[in-house]
Ligand binder design. Structure first.
Ligand code: AMP
Ligand code: ZN
Length: 115
């Protein structure tokens, strides 16, 4: 399958991996949108929340629950924002579900409706 995140997971494409367990890995985003920008990527490939199995949901939640313990090491001790882009309106560009982890600074919360 020609999926960049699956290739990163298999080590076929280099990445800056900062965490890995049996469920997920976390890499630095190649084009950061905040002082700290990571991606939590489930090891199992699926595109959308609507494609998730119960096992996928449990695996992602196990991964997310590791974040509080990792926050200090990742420079996120003052807080962070999680974003999951889903589909065209959200501008999803990689079709392997992933959670953006943004922080390392105060994060404005823009009002997008008039843009
Ligand atoms: P999304 O638009 O929500 O699908 O997010 C895809 C994210 O993947 C973007 O923030 C990209 O900067 C990031 N990205 C794409 N290719 C790579 C890569 N090879 N290594 C790290 N991050 C990547
Ligand atoms: Zn994939």
């Amino acid at each position: 399958m020609n999926c960049i995140f699956c290739k990163i997971g298999r080590g076929e494409i280099p990445s800056e991996k900062v965490y890995e367990d049996e469920d997920v890995f976390i890499i630095k985003d190649i084009d950061p949108k905040a002082e700290k920008h990571y991606l939590m990527i489930p090891k199992h490939h699926y595109k959308l929340i609507s494609d998730m199995t119960d096992d996928d949901a449990a695996a992602l939640m196990r991964g997310l629950r590791k974040l509080p313990a990792l926050a200090d090491k990742l420079g996120l001790k003052n807080g962070y924002r999680l974003v999951i882009n889903q589909g065209d309106d959200a501008g999803q560009t990689v079709f392997h579900l992933h959670v953006h982890i943004l922080g390392g600074q105060y994060l404005d919360f823009p009002d997008l409706k008039n843009k």
